[in-house]
Design a protein around this ligand. Structure first.
Ligand SMILES: [Cu+2]
Length: 316
């Protein structure tokens, strides 16, 4: 047991004594997770034709890895900025409630930073690099998602299938910071790819589901600037949960706006087989890459939480 876990256990016991309650509070079963990421400045594939982009990443992929914990868990996070990099980098977890100056500061190449936080609120949260100019570090790919599952799994309906989708704007020239300030993006991406889940596009895939399944989409808008207007073509969201917190429940929603740096969880139950494109209904974004086709078929196979990260190219 780590020192932090021991301390937490003691706190829970003390709280119980003070309140006279015999009900165990969540920290007694909360876990501690060591999460380590490395800032990697590397080329990544952004298109099904194999086109590459000089990205800045967490762990070499855009988005970075999905972190998944349970409400009440402690995260010991470490970021390494290898000496081979050229730029300072940082990490900002929206699931944390800690001092930004101390914990989210940028570190130079060759340095490491660690901090600890408790994921107190359930939901889907953005994480990103905050090194200046932050608009460029986000635009070049330093972002991802952290899911904090509610400690009470009965707080919402059980999902039959889950996906993470992270929307972001893509600027062809990774050094043109002025274009980023001017919102002159070239494409809008889901999970770091242009039409990555569009089966009619070269190298494009799809998201799979079976009729009647409750499909849960953890949706993050990385920005850096544009709002997403997330809509399932041919369907209606059964439920939308603002910031992914089961308490923030909406029902029967056609389109829901997720601003840059925000996130929401979307549930859809598709009754009949067919194709249901999930889009940002801000059409300049959808028609430049942000379409993910949910293909509903009785033969659908199980699928990973974030399919094709990095992009799997078709065989030559
Ligand atoms: Cu960075």
């Amino acid at each position: 047991m780590r020192a932090s876990e021991r301390a937490f256990g003691v706190c829970a016991v003390v709280t119980g004594l003070l309140t006279g309650s015999l009900v165990l509070s969540s920290p007694t079963w909360a876990k501690t997770h060591d999460v380590a990421m490395t800032a990697i400045e590397t080329d990544v594939v952004v298109e099904g034709n194999g086109e590459k982009y000089a990205a800045w990443t967490f762990n070499g992929t855009v988005p970075g890895p999905v972190v998944r914990v349970t409400e009440g868990d402690t995260i010991n996070f470490t970021l390494t900025n290898p000496a081979t990099n050229k730029n300072p980098h940082a990490m900002d977890f929206h699931a944390a409630e800690i001092d930004f100056l101390k914990n989210y500061r940028a570190i130079n190449a060759g340095e490491t930073i660690s901090f600890t936080f408790v994921a107190k609120k359930p939901g889907i949260f953005f994480y990103h690099c905050g090194a200046p100019p932050m608009i460029q570090h986000v635009a070049r790919g330093m972002f991802g998602a952290i899911i904090v599952d509610p400690k009470n799994s009965k707080a919402w309906a059980k999902a039959d299938r889950e996906y993470v989708l992270v929307q972001s704007e893509f600027f062809k020239n990774p050094d043109d910071v002025q274009a980023m300030f001017d919102r002159k993006y070239d494409n809008v991406l889901f999970n770091g790819g242009i039409f990555k889940y569009h089966p009619f596009v070269t190298g494009g895939g799809k998201l799979d589901a079976k009729p009647g399944e409750r499909v849960r989409i953890y949706f993050v808008n990385a920005g850096p600037n544009e709002f997403s207007s997330f809509h399932p073509i041919g369907e209606i969201w059964d439920n939308v949960y603002e910031s992914g917190n089961p308490i923030n429940k909406l029902t029967g929603v056609q389109t829901y706006v997720v601003g840059p740096g925000s996130a929401a969880t979307f549930d859809v139950v598709v009754e009949s087989a067919g194709a249901y494109p999930l889009v940002t209904h801000s059409l300049t974004g959808a028609l430049r890459g942000a379409i993910a086709v949910l293909l509903v078929s009785p033969d659908a196979k199980p699928a990973p939480l974030m399919p094709m990260v990095p992009w799997v190219l078709p065989a030559k």
